[in-house]
Design a protein. Structure first.
Length: 146
């Protein structure tokens, strides 16, 4: 196998692991968002940090998936959905639909300003999406690249 590609995969995997660790650090410091509370800017900082780290984790993961796909299949998918289907097939992710939803939330973070919408986003990141990233981290730690 091309040693340059293995070097890229190894570096990309480490970036994913690092970004997921940052998401985990954010998740460990926040409580569920309360739509009835008037948060100060300082009180919002942990939620903003979590959102930014989540966005970065999704972007870096997708970049890793593209590199890993070239390694495994010697070609690139035409669509994100096809890429995610392949990652589900090799058991790196739980499901394509979940990752499409994660990507959608990544896009919505910058556009939703209503407290109830923000709460839904934070809740899903703290629960289902955070758990998915933790599972990906575990799988990447165990992933053999040679």
């Amino acid at each position: 196998m091309n040693s340059d590609l293995i070097t890229l995969i190894t570096a990309a995997r480490q970036k994913v692991l690092n970004t997921i660790m940052l998401v985990e650090a954010s998740l460990s410091r926040i409580t569920p968002y309360d739509v009835n509370q008037n948060y100060t800017p300082e009180e919002m900082e942990p939620y903003d940090a979590m959102s930014g780290r989540f966005i970065r984790a999704i972007e870096v993961s997708l970049k890793f998936f593209r590199t890993y796909e070239r390694y495994l299949f010697v070609e690139s998918s035409d669509t994100i959905r096809d890429l995610l289907n392949r990652m589900a097939t090799v058991d790196l992710i739980t499901s394509t639909q979940l990752w499409v939803a994660m990507r959608d939330v990544r896009n919505r973070i910058v556009h939703d300003y209503l407290p109830k919408d923000i709460k839904q986003i934070y809740d899903v990141i703290q629960n289902q999406f955070g758990n998915e990233l933790k599972q990906l981290k575990s799988k990447l730690i165990d992933l053999s690249i040679d």
